[in-house]
Design a protein around this ligand. Structure first.
Ligand SMILES: [Zn+2]
Length: 458
């Protein structure tokens, strides 16, 4: 599809049919990014008042959880600190009573693994979907990619792949998006993968840095040149982007910029790098706090990233703990945007596992199997040999009778029938020494990447 037709006609039509005001929000965000900080804070406060009022009055549980009167309103942004921090466990245990069922289009259910080891089901709405999409369009524009230009999503998970029905293919064609699942890359499959990219001719790649860098390295190993792809920029998302990944990807694609984005399923589109190299917060949609020992930290200091999503009315993500570590900054960016600046210090990373037939499988492919099963409070997937997987689980009463079979069957479906899957029930799963919870640990992937001379496939 011609980019101009996609941008001016098909994409707006698609969003309109989905009853999302994406393009209106996009125009608003284009303007407000240049607002001075003071004006953005005013906008945040006005939105916060509306959001808090809806949470207190249109959900059953938020007022009790917050411990304030239903008429409570913040007089300044700092008043947000009078409300309690919310964590995954609280949201999970009060979930149905935190849903606002009166949102336009109805609440939309979502299931996520998150980074703390406990699966989370939550709700969002059309407004939030539209804003997240608009915010992403805005940051792409910073790097010269306009809505409707060809974009390939390199995804690590097989879930999206199973949704690739005909309707989705048509939709991808009209919106100029190509979804490629990189969940089973190998030296054998990388040629097919690169060929799909070459035929599509994307202007940008968007996806997991671990998967994109693995693709680049496997391509190099089998002698495929990627520099003739028309890609002009790579957008990294969902995981921490390491410097060495940045170098690998940039070099493989002929020196293109590799740009960092920070967000999460629950938190939305939180921050994105601008051409001046600063991470700008999507201040119009998200208030970000950095908290240590219950108090905000100063610029340049480490704190837990706590978000308030100003446009998710379906469920209050107000002072929600992400578990990621970041630093606030009081610097103004030379690019001239008034959007606040932050640093992400520690976020999500996921290991790959290696199947007996040589495929590199992104850990998320296995995570999806387990997190969809009720009653699993925590889990960890460990690969010590190429033909076996050990799954450690912390269970509660909700675990179904066929739960073990579902774990075993789901993993062998993805890795091969010859893989032995042992499920071990434990009472607790510890964080690793760096304080981060790791869902997937593969010694095999580590050994294999060393032996193959891959710098990073873990
Ligand atoms: Zn900037």
């Amino acid at each position: 599809m011609w980019p101009v037709v996609a941008r001016k006609i098909l994409l707006p039509l698609h969003e309109c049919l989905m009853r999302r005001k994406t393009f209106r929000y996009y125009r608003d965000l284009q303007r407000s990014q240049w607002f001075p900080g003071e004006q953005l804070r005013k906008l945040q406060l006005a939105k916060l008042c509306d959001l808090v009022s809806a949470a207190l009055n249109q959900t059953d549980a938020y007022a009790d959880l917050a411990g304030v009167d239903r008429t409570w309103q913040p007089g300044a942004l700092e008043d947000l600190q009078q409300l309690p921090l919310l964590d995954k466990a609280t949201v999970s245990s009060h979930r149905e009573k935190l849903v606002n069922r009166s949102v336009p289009g109805g609440p939309i259910r979502y299931n996520t693994g998150g980074s703390s080891g406990e699966p989370l089901i939550f709700y969002f709405d059309k407004r939030r979907q539209a804003y997240d999409k608009a915010a992403r369009m805005r940051t792409h524009q910073w790097w010269g990619v306009r809505p409707g230009e060809k974009e390939a999503y390199i995804w690590g998970s097989p879930v999206e792949l199973s949704k690739q029905d005909r309707i989705k293919n048509i939709r991808d064609w009209i919106t100029n998006e190509l979804l490629l699942s990189a969940f089973d890359l190998s030296e054998q499959s990388v040629g097919w993968f690169v060929e799909r990219l070459r035929r599509f001719g994307p202007k940008c790649l968007f996806g997991y840095p671990s998967s994109i860098s693995l693709m680049c390295q496997l391509a190099r190993r089998v002698g495929l040149d990627l520099t003739d792809l028309p890609v002009q920029v790579v957008f990294s998302t969902a995981e921490v982007l390491y410097d060495h990944q940045k170098e690998i990807i940039s070099e493989a694609l002929g020196g293109v910029p590799v740009v960092n984005g920070y967000g999460s399923r629950e938190g939305g589109f939180i921050a994105h790098e601008c051409p001046e190299g600063r991470m700008h917060i999507t201040s119009e949609n998200v208030i970000v706090e950095f908290i240590k020992d219950g108090k905000p930290v100063g610029p340049g200091q480490d704190g837990e990233i706590v978000i308030t999503h100003l446009d998710n009315y379906a469920m209050p993500f107000i002072r929600y703990r992400t578990g990621d570590i970041g630093q606030p900054s009081d610097e103004t960016c030379p690019c001239g945007r008034g959007l606040e600046v932050m640093k992400v210090v520690k976020g999500r990373t996921t290991d790959f596992v290696v199947a007996p037939d040589g495929r590199w499988i992104h850990g998320l492919a296995l995570i999806y199997v387990i997190r969809d099963i009720p009653g699993v409070r925590q889990y960890q997937i460990i690969q010590e040999d190429v033909d076996s997987i050990r799954v450690r689980v912390v269970l509660d009463d909700g675990f179904p009778a066929d739960g073990l079979e579902r774990i075993q069957g789901g993993i062998t479906d993805r890795m091969g029938a010859e893989v032995r899957v042992d499920v071990e029930q434990v009472s607790e799963i510890a964080q690793d020494p760096s304080g981060k919870f790791r869902h997937v640990i593969s010694q095999v992937a580590r050994d294999r990447s060393m032996a193959m001379g891959l710098d990073d496939a873990r």
